[in-house]
Ligand binder design. Structure first.
Ligand code: NAG
Ligand code: NAG
Ligand code: NAG
Ligand code: NAG
Ligand code: NAG
Ligand code: NAG
Ligand code: NAG
Ligand code: CA
Ligand code: CA
Length: 377
């Protein structure tokens, strides 16, 4: 019985971290109606711009100002299915199901015809802790959400305002109108309203605006008095962003510059599951939202293009092809800079699962069977 250290390498896949998904925005200085703009964005990039939160809004605003554009279409269009959602938008703020927490009073929500032009589309908290929907132009005192104080996030504000004015106040002076993610927060909110009797606005509202890419973002940044559904509604209402950052609804057949977004490509390991071992053939796939104006995939290993690898899926053999991988789609229009995935390290470190049979020919013939780095005769 002999032990021989087998010098085989273990390949460990370390996948890139991906919590929030970044996007790149492109301001297109061509005049198109909303539908044509949508088609253009889907061909050249991913879709018309969706905006998730205030941070993204600031990014787009500076892109529009840098481009010297006065107004531009974004991906929001009026649809036909109104939904309840929170003024405080943000993909990281709500955990699973938290954006859907509700505490309606019996018989609520009611009223209106489910159309934000004359429906009861804004929500209050009553002193019985329950929620009621009212016309948004009613004036009530309101609760803002202030993210800087996590134990006392709700701030009661006097005097009463319409829901929209209350929203503007909270966004300027705190974070936003109050969001309520669970029963515990509803109790905190009830505490914050103290002994006040009657209705207090919170951040829940209903509208029927829909994003072109189907995303559920509830983020809205209407200018004063908007949306007002002014103009020919025959072809529907769509949303433009002014260089001030504020939004306005317009007839979709107006011609405007527009803003597209491009999603970040990602490198995914298809097989095998990590950890990888020496001798493995590792298959990588470049996941990229589809658009049609592209030529081929480009793969990079350790920051250099890998010649001959132009498919969406590639296979590398370890250990000699271990390294740092990235991908992008090369466009037909090479004037647009590529948007490259984050790097993914396929590194090695450790031992092998290979059940190799080694034969050492000496005076005697010894045959070693190796498993996980341990060899025996
Ligand atoms: C949070 O707010 C409460 C009530 O206004 C205050 O007593 C407390 O000091 C604040 N905490 C922080 C960390 O600001
Ligand atoms: C923010 O608060 C100040 C002081 O209370 C107030 O004067 C101002 O109008 C508020 N901002 C908005 C947008 O209401
Ligand atoms: C609310 O948040 C702002 C920053 O967003 C902070 O400056 C302010 O002190 C906070 N106010 C309260 C009452 O917590
Ligand atoms: C946009 O223009 C195309 C023709 O270029 C037309 O077919 C379409 O109806 C227009 N869409 C809207 C919403 O105006
Ligand atoms: C790339 O894909 C094409 C079509 O699927 C296939 O014929 C070709 O062999 C692939 N090339 C490589 C290098 O895998
Ligand atoms: C990936 O490898 C590069 C060098 O090859 C190194 O600089 C980087 O820190 C590694 N990243 C991770 C997440 O391990
Ligand atoms: C290697 O050998 C072990 C133990 O004999 C066995 O369980 C395992 O399935 C083998 N692996 C391969 C890839 O043959
Ligand atoms: Ca009601
Ligand atoms: Ca308008």
């Amino acid at each position: 019985m002999a032990h021989v250290g087998c010098f085989l390498l273990l390949i460990l896949g370390v996948c890139g971290l991906s919590s929030s998904v970044p996007r790149q925005f492109h301001v297109v200085k061509e005049q198109k109606n909303w539908t044509e703009a949508q088609q253009y964005c889907r061909e050249k990039f991913t879709d018309l711009a969706t905006i998730d939160d205030m941070a993204e809004m600031e990014k787009i605003k500076s892109a529009v100002q840098d481009a010297g554009v006065r107004e531009a279409w974004i991906g929001l269009k009026h649809g036909s299915s109104p939904k309840w959602q929170w003024s405080l938008a943000g993909r990281d703020f709500y955990r699973e199901n938290e954006a859907e927490f509700r505490n309606w009073a019996n018989g609520q929500p009611n009223g209106g015809n489910n159309d934000e032009r004359d429906g009861e589309d804004c929500v209050t908290n009553h002193d019985n802790k329950k929620w009621y929907n009212y016309l948004c132009k009613r004036q009530f005192i309101f609760l803002c959400y202030n993210g800087t104080n996590s134990t006392h996030p709700y701030v009661l504000v006097y005097p009463g305002k319409s829901w929209t004015d209350a929203q503007r106040y909270c966004r300027e002076n705190h974070t936003d109108l109050a969001s309520v993610r669970n029963q515990a927060e509803n109790e905190l909110l009830v505490k914050a309203r103290g002994s006040h009797i009657g209705e207090v606005w919170i951040g829940l509202f209903r509208d029927a605006w829909e994003w072109s890419d189907g995303r559920s973002s509830s983020f809205r940044l209407w200018g004063p008095g908007e949306p007002n559904y002014y103009g020919s509604g025959q072809l529907g209402f769509c949303v433009e962003m002014k260089s001030s950052g504020q939004w306005n609804d317009e007839s979709c057949n107006e011609h405007r510059n527009f803003i597209c977004y491009e999603a970040l490509p990602t490198v995914e390991v298809v097989s095998p599951q990590s950890p990888f071992y020496s001798g493995d053939a590792v298959t990588l796939r470049c996941d990229i939202p589809k658009y049609t104006d592209w030529h081929q995939y480009v793969w990079l290993k350790d920051n250099s293009k890998v010649p001959g690898k132009t498919n969406q899926t590639i296979t590398i053999t370890l250990p000699h092809e271990a390294g740092q991988y990235q991908c992008y789609r090369q466009r037909e229009d090479s004037s647009v800079a590529p948007y490259m995935s984050r790097p993914v390290n396929i590194t090695f470190n450790g031992e092998s699962t290979f059940n190799t049979t080694l034969s050492l020919i000496t005076e005697n013939t010894l045959v070693f069977d190796c498993y996980l780095g341990y060899c025996h005769c």
